[in-house]
Design a protein around this ligand. Structure first.
Ligand code: PRX
Length: 568
C-alpha cells in the first residue's frame, strides 16, 4: 500500500451511499442556545436522561423496537425499549427503596452485558449520579474512584465484588449483587430477589424529575498529575449527545449501531448509551475480548450499519489479515464508520476505504467535553490525518501561551469556546482543577496541541502534558508510579508513554531498585504483574527499565519525565 501524505484530500463526500441526516437541514445558522431552549420549553424542568433514552420511545409507540442486541459468542439476546423501560423502572425502584437520594453516587462494576446498561440507566432514572467502572479495574483503581466520590451503593456481580474493598469504603452502604453465587454480608442484596416483589404500582412514579444542571454521570479520568479526577456531567449533556447521534453518527431508523467501548469509559456512555438510545437506535452490545474473526462476524451476522470504534482496533484488524480475511465475511451492511480516542493514521483511513469500502470518520472529544466537538461529518470531505472540523455551533481556536489565537498552520493549544451543552459541570471535590481548564476565561483548554489549516481542519500533534494514551485509553503516569512504588523492590519510579505502532503508545516504567534486589527478567515481570493486579491490565507497564537514578530538576527535584520519554 502506498503511503499517503497527511492532509491529502483523500475522500470526497460525493461518494456517500445515501443522504446523511445533516444534509437535510440548514446548519449555517445553527446555535446550541436555540437547540437548548427548545428542550427547555418541551421539558419544562422535567429532565431525566434515562426517561428521554427509554420511556419517551415507549410512550410514543416505539416500545417494540429492539434497543439492544446482546452477543457473546453463540449467546444472543434481544431487548426491546419496552423491556428496557420495565427493567430500569424496577431497578430504579430498588435503588430508591434503599434510601438513595437524588445526587448521591451509585457505582457499577459489571461486564459489558445488557445489565450494565440497565444499571446505569436505572441509577439515572432514580435521580442518582451513575459512576460506571471499567470491568477490568482492580482493587486500587476501584478504591480511589469510589472513595473520592463517597459512593453510597454499588451494583456488581459475585465475581467482581471480590475486588471491591468494602471495609475501606465507609460511605458505601449497599451492595446489589447481580446473579447468583454470592453470600450476602451486611448491606448486601441479591438483585433478582429484590426485583421479584416489585409491582407495576410501585414503579408508576419512579422517575425522578431533575433540573438540567443536576448530576447524571461521573467518569474518572487521568491527568498528568495526581490520581484520576471525577468528571461530572449533568442531564443537560443529552442535548448534544442526541444531536451528534443524529448528525455525526448519522443514526437512522433501521440502523444497527455498534459502539465497541465499555460503558465505564466516556465513549461507552455518551455514544454507547445516550446518543443511540436518545435516537431510538438498535445497539449491538458485545462481550468478550477483541478477536478479528469475531468482530467481522458480528458485522456480518447482525448487519451492522453504523460502527464507532478506535484506531487501535482498526490497526489490529489491519494487522491480523488483509483482503483474504475480510472476504470471508459480508461487510456490505456497513454504511458509516467512525473513530475516536487517539490519532487516526492516514494509512488506516486508506485501509478502511480500500479494504472495507467505507470512509472512517475521525471524531475528537474528551471525557470532560461529554460529546463530540471536532468531527468529520458524513457529507463532508475527509482530509487524511485530520480529526475533522468543529461541529456546527462549536468554536475552536489554537492559542499561544498567552491565550492569543494563532493563525492557520501554527501549532498551539487546542481550545474550545466554553458553553456547549455537554460540557462537564465540575471536577468532583476539586474546584481548582476545574478552573485550570479555563485559564483564559472564555476558552476550555484541552491539553492537546494541534494546528488548524486554512479550511478549518484540525490536525492533532501531541499532548501538552505527560498524559499517556495507550490504545485510546487515557493513563496518568502518577497513578502507575504510585502503584509501582508499592512493590518492595521499587524505591522510585517514573512512567512515560513510548511510541508504539499498534497501540499508539505503550506504558513504559523506569524504576530505581532497592539495593537488596537484583535486576532480573523475573523480578521485572513480577513488578509488572503487581501493578496490573492493583490497577488494570491496560495501565501496567509493558516495559520496565532499571536506572541507577531518575533524572530530576536541580531546584525542585521533580522527575523529568520528558527526558525519559525522549530516551524511551
Ligand atoms: O489527546 C486526545 C485524545 O484523547 C484525549 C481524551 O481522552 P479521553 O478523555 O479518555 O476521551 C477519549 C474519548 C472521547 C484527548 O485529549 N484524543 C481523543 N480523540 C482523538 C484524540 N487524539 C487524536 N485524535 C482523536 N480523534
Amino acid at each position: 500500500m502506498s503511503s499517503i501524505t497527511s492532509g491529502e484530500r483523500l475522500i470526497l463526500a460525493s461518494e456517500l451511499k445515501e443522504k446523511a441526516n445533516i444534509e437535510l437541514v440548514d446548519v449555517s445558522s445553527f446555535r446550541w442556545e436555540e437547540e437548548f431552549s427548545q428542550w427547555r420549553t418541551r421539558l419544562q424542568g422535567k429532565w431525566n436522561a434515562a426517561y428521554e433514552c427509554i420511556d419517551r420511545h415507549v410512550e410514543e409507540g416505539r416500545g417494540e423496537r429492539v434497543a439492544m442486541i446482546y452477543v457473546n459468542g453463540d449467546i444472543k439476546e434481544e431487548i426491546t425499549y419496552s423491556k428496557l423501560k420495565e427493567e430500569t423502572d424496577r431497578l430504579a425502584y430498588v435503588i430508591k427503596s434503599k434510601g438513595i437520594q437524588r445526587g448521591e453516587r451509585v457505582f457499577t462494576l459489571l461486564p459489558k452485558t445488557p445489565n450494565a446498561y440497565v444499571a446505569v440507566l436505572a441509577i439515572i432514572k432514580a435521580g442518582a449520579v451513575a459512576g460506571p467502572l471499567f470491568e477490568a479495574f482492580q482493587e486500587d483503581a476501584i478504591f480511589e474512584r469510589m472513595h473520592n466520590c463517597d459512593a453510597k451503593m454499588i451494583i456488581t456481580d459475585a465475581e467482581l465484588k471480590q475486588r471491591v474493598p468494602l471495609s475501606k469504603l465507609p460511605a458505601l452502604e449497599h451492595v446489589l449483587i447481580d446473579g447468583d453465587g454470592a453470600d450476602k454480608g451486611a448491606g448486601e442484596y441479591h438483585l433478582q430477589e429484590e426485583l421479584a416483589t416489585i409491582t407495576d404500582e410501585d414503579v408508576a412514579q419512579v422517575t425522578e424529575w431533575m433540573d438540567e444542571n443536576e448530576g447524571m454521570i461521573i467518569h474518572y479520568t487521568s491527568g498528568s498529575t495526581g490520581q484520576p479526577k471525577g468528571v461530572l456531567h449533568a442531564h443537560r449533556a443529552i442535548v448534544q449527545q442526541k444531536k451528534t447521534g443524529e448528525w455525526v453518527l448519522d443514526l437512522k431508523e433501521n440502523d444497527v449501531y455498534w459502539c465497541t467501548s465499555h460503558p465505564g469509559w466516556v465513549t461507552g456512555s455518551s455514544y454507547g448509551i445516550f446518543a443511540p438510545f436518545l435516537n431510538g437506535a438498535t445497539s449491538l452490545i458485545n462481550s468478550g475480548r477483541f478477536d478479528a474473526n469475531e468482530w467481522y462476524s458480528y458485522i456480518d451476522r447482525f448487519n451492522v450499519t453504523v460502527w464507532y470504534s478506535a484506531p487501535t482496533a482498526f490497526r489490529m484488524l489491519k494487522a491480523v489479515g488483509g483482503k483474504e480475511l475480510i472476504e470471508r465475511y459480508n461487510l456490505s451492511s456497513l454504511r458509516h464508520v467512525l473513530s475516536v480516542g487517539e490519532p487516526l493514521n492516514p494509512e488506516i483511513v486508506k485501509w478502511g476505504y480500500e479494504q472495507l469500502n467505507v470512509r472512517i470518520h475521525d471524531t475528537w472529544w474528551m471525557t470532560e467535553t461529554g460529546a463530540q466537538l471536532i468531527v468529520n461529518l458524513p457529507n463532508q470531505t475527509i482530509k487524511a490525518g485530520s480529526m475533522g472540523r468543529p461541529l456546527p455551533g462549536i468554536t475552536v481556536a489554537i492559542l499561544d501561551e498567552a491565550g492569543n489565537q494563532l493563525p492557520a498552520g501554527a501549532v498551539g493549544q487546542l481550545a474550545v469556546r466554553k458553553g456547549w451543552p455537554s460540557m462537564m459541570r465540575e471536577i468532583w471535590k476539586n474546584e481548582e482543577k476545574y478552573h485550570s481548564y479555563f485559564p483564559y476565561e472564555d476558552w476550555y483548554v484541552s491539553g492537546d496541541l494541534a494546528f488548524q489549516d486554512e479550511d478549518g481542519f484540525v490536525f492533532f500533534q501531541s499532548r501538552d502534558d505527560d498524559m499517556i494514551n495507550s490504545s485510546g485509553e487515557r493513563i496518568g503516569p502518577f497513578e502507575v508510579e504510585s502503584a509501582l512504588i508499592t512493590h518492595d523492590a521499587v524505591i522510585e519510579a517514573a512512567v512515560v508513554g513510548k511510541a508504539d505502532e499498534l497501540r499508539g503508545e505503550i506504558v513504559k516504567g523506569f524504576v530505581v531498585l532497592h539495593p537488596n534486589y537484583e535486576e532480573s527478567t523475573a523480578l521485572l515481570e513480577e513488578i509488572r504483574l503487581h501493578v496490573r493486579g492493583k490497577l488494570a491490565a491496560h495501565a501496567a507497564p509493558r516495559e520496565i527499565e532499571v536506572l541507577e537514578e531518575l533524572p530530576k530538576t536541580r531546584i525542585s527535584g521533580k522527575i523529568m519525565r520528558r527526558l525519559l520519554k525522549e530516551q524511551a
